[in-house]
Design a protein around this ligand. Structure first.
Ligand code: NAD
Length: 265
């Protein structure tokens, strides 16, 4: 996308944001790559390094070897998440909330960065859970991820529950694991009520999360997609902005602020 087309698109989206009252922002791994967390599908992403089939939920449940592989990968991810810094896209979304325009963020991310940037928990629907916590799959006891990292550092390869000996798993949704019922239902409801739905940094190929833009469309929302590359829903969108989420979001929110200031005068 050349600069001229991008700038025109940014102007158009700024106008749409100004007119919107109920914005739902839908984020994927691409909103956090500028924070130092690789996405799954881009070159150099996590799936270049690991085979996703090794991390199927059913394998995790049935095999100690799979659990060991999983914790090795999650341990690496833990330090990437600890080092991650909030980026311009996360801050720009918080600005939308300050303007009173944000209904909620529906995120596929497990990195907690929207909350770190200043959104309250009730503004963020985590469709794929969070890596901040670890749950016992048997008695549901909850552990902080930090506490479990401590054990892994001491040489424990596969941690189990202190109380019941059950299998421990980060509070994230793995491939093959049922989606969280309440979050999925609420995400669909809020998508249908949105007047503007902005996708940021998602390949829109992971289901059922990728249904949300369609629900928003069915509910009458305008659809804007901000991504580095094409997505399967580009042709359903009112505007597609190709580029880096942080730069585009910063510019968009800056323009919206200018328009709102001007309108006040
Ligand atoms: P994905 O990896 O499938 O797609 C990410 C998309 O973002 C790609 O299309 C890529 O081109 C785009 N992108 C990358 N950097 C960008 C940038 N700076 N600006 C704009 N676009 C950018 O990710 P997904 O759609 O979220 O789905 C995969 C799964 O990955 C999700 O289930 C999610 O839970 C998980 N995941 C989460 C994290 C995280 O929490 N930060 C990281 C990796 C994967």
């Amino acid at each position: 996308m050349d600069d001229k087309t991008l700038n025109k698109g940014i102007d158009k989206v700024s106008d749409i944001i100004v007119k919107s009252k109920r914005i739902v922002v839908f984020t994927g791994a691409g909103v956090s790559t500028e924070s130092g967390i690789p996405d799954f599908r881009s070159p150099g992403g996590l799936w270049d390094k690991y085979n996703p089939d090794d991390f199927l939920y059913q394998r995790f449940l049935s095999s100690e070897v799979s659990r060991e592989k999983y914790w090795k990968m999650n341990s690496e991810l833990y330090y990437i998440l600890v080092d991650a810094r909030i980026n311009k896209a996360h801050y720009a979304i918080v600005e939308l909330e300050r303007m009173g325009k944000l209904d909620c963020v529906i995120t596929q991310n497990i990195d907690n960065l929207h909350q770190k940037a200043g959104l309250s928990d009730d503004k963020v629907i985590e469709l794929h859970g969070t890596n901040m916590w670890v749950n016992c799959l048997n008695c549901k006891k909850r552990y902080s991820r930090e506490d479990i990292q401590f054990r892994l550092e001491k040489g424990i390869k596969v941690p189990y529950c202190d109380d019941c000996g059950g299998i421990l798993k980060p509070a994230t949704i793995s491939f093959g694991q049922p989606m969280p019922f309440e979050e999925t239902k609420e995400a669909e409801r809020r998508s249908r009520l949105a007047d503007l739905f902005i996708v940021i940094g998602s390949s829109l190929v992971v289901q059922p999360a990728a249904m949300m833009p369609l629900y928003a469309r069915e509910g009458g929302a305008k659809l804007v997609i901000i991504n580095m590359e094409n997505t399967p829903y580009d042709r359903n969108a009112d505007v597609v902005l190709y580029g880096k989420a942080g730069e585009i979001m910063e510019e968009l929110v800056g323009k919206v602020k200018d328009i709102l200031q001007f309108q006040k005068k």
